[in-house]
Design a protein around this ligand. Structure first.
Ligand code: GAL
Length: 409
């Protein structure tokens, strides 16, 4: 048999096998910014390299826009094959309705219970002993990103903490620079509120409110100080007229703004812009006051689809997303930390190294997505949107917030 024929046959046989097993999976997510797009491509490339096909279902507008679309498609009988959601209670209703694939067998085969750190991330995927999602990263929200250009222009040292940042604002404004970049969306304003509150009110008060839903503490002195600090931050961001978080990050990248409080997904934008940590920008976990980070982030869920090939492919994709090299490639591009501790992250930049060290030191908190229902979270985000974009007093905002905590589920 000639070699050409042999290779043809092998080729044909391979194609046949691949064709037989190649499965197209539509995957929805809200990773549409420059950095996010680079990161999600790491997942798509890894899946395509298996001979299967990643059908990208990106939804613009961040989670607040994407999540209702994703959930209503699943509830409406038009499910995608896989979808991003955040760690926590966002999929509660779907799991209880029996609409999501049980991944317990994949998790046991992959030893996820021993791998995933912190284990709370896997607990957040677990209901009645069954596992319904694969956690893919750890994102934390308690960061401020600072522009070296803006501080050089103002003739100032880059601040080492929130208090120094607030003190630097008049000089930034004199130099024609916006002190604090902020996208005009409730979820972003809520992130800033949360980060400032943890830094100013302190860990114990934060836990009492965000974990134990203690409204008395939300009405207490620590939170009064926090709301006054947020009111001060509001005035530093009053000229920030952008919508999307990555537009605000871009203001820090270009030096148009001195800083932005945003989750560490902002790193992807600095990377895409070629900005170098420590030279072009700096990052302060816990706003440089309280080196504590929450363990929020993303997980993938797989709606039940009555097709054995698709179900098999969904399980294969779930295992792939948590596999060592895919975890490294994705998280380095995304600016998040991997969910498994047995991978080499020596290539990670200084900000990620700070995050890793805080994680290793145990300076972590569960994200409020784990304690508050989606309904409570959306009400708090609405209050924050009202507060940051208007002239509501800090005292009125605090009382409204305390009432939401009182009624929180
Ligand atoms: C979060 C998500 C992050 C990030 C961010 C901004 O909900 O966990 O991965 O991308 O939204 O879109």
């Amino acid at each position: 048999m000639s070699n050409i024929l042999k290779s043809l046959l092998v080729g044909t046989a391979l194609t046949a096998v691949t064709a037989a097993h190649a499965t197209e999976l539509e995957v929805t997510h809200w990773w549409t910014s420059g950095g996010e797009a680079v990161a999600v491509t790491k997942f798509a490339e890894a899946w395509n390299a298996t001979g299967n096909t990643w059908v990208d279902g990106a939804i613009a507008g961040s989670g607040g826009t994407a999540r209702p679309i994703i959930i209503s498609r699943i509830l409406g009988g038009d499910p995608m094959a896989a979808t991003q959601l955040n760690h926590g209670r966002q999929a509660e209703e779907l799991i209880e309705a029996g609409l999501l694939l049980d991944l317990t067998d994949v998790a046991e085969a992959g030893g996820w219970a021993d791998l995933v750190n912190p284990s709370a991330l896997l607990d957040a995927c677990t209901l009645d002993g069954k596992i319904y999602c694969v956690p893919v990263n750890i994102h934390s929200a308690q960061w401020i990103w600072l522009s070296h250009d803006a501080y050089e222009k103002a003739g100032l040292e880059v601040p080492a903490n929130w208090n120094e940042f607030v003190d630097s604002a008049p000089a930034l404004q004199d130099a024609g620079t916006l002190p604090l970049a902020m996208g005009q969306q409730g979820w972003q304003q809520n992130i800033a509120f949360g980060a400032i509150t943890l830094a100013v009110a302190g860990l114990d008060a934060w836990k009492e409110v965000n974990i134990n839903k203690n409204a008395d503490v939300a009405r207490g002195a620590e939170y009064t100080a926090a709301f006054e600090a947020v009111a001060a931050a509001r005035s530093l961001a009053s000229e920030s007229n952008v919508q999307d978080w990555n537009q605000a990050t871009n203001m820090v990248i270009t030096g148009a703004a001195g800083g932005q409080i945003m989750g560490d997904w902002a790193q992807g934008e600095f990377a895409v812009a070629g900005a170098v940590e420590g030279e072009d920008y700096s990052c302060l976990p816990g706003l440089g006051l309280n080196p504590i980070l929450d363990t929020g982030g993303d997980a993938f869920y797989f709606p039940l689809i009555d097709d054995a090939d698709i179900t098999a492919a969904q399980k294969e994709l779930a295992a792939l997303l948590i596999s060592p090299q895919v975890q490294v490639d994705f998280n380095l591009a995304k600016g998040s930390l991997p969910v498994r501790g047995d991978v080499d992250l020596s290539a990670a930049n200084g900000c990620m190294q700070k995050g890793l060290q805080i994680l290793a030191d145990g300076g972590v908190l569960p994200s409020s997505d784990l304690s508050f229902s989606q309904d409570t979270t959306l009400q708090i985000e609405d209050l924050m949107a009202q507060f940051w974009s208007g002239d509501m007093s800090a005292a009125d905002a605090q009382e409204s917030y305390a009432q939401l905590i009182e009624d929180a589920d």
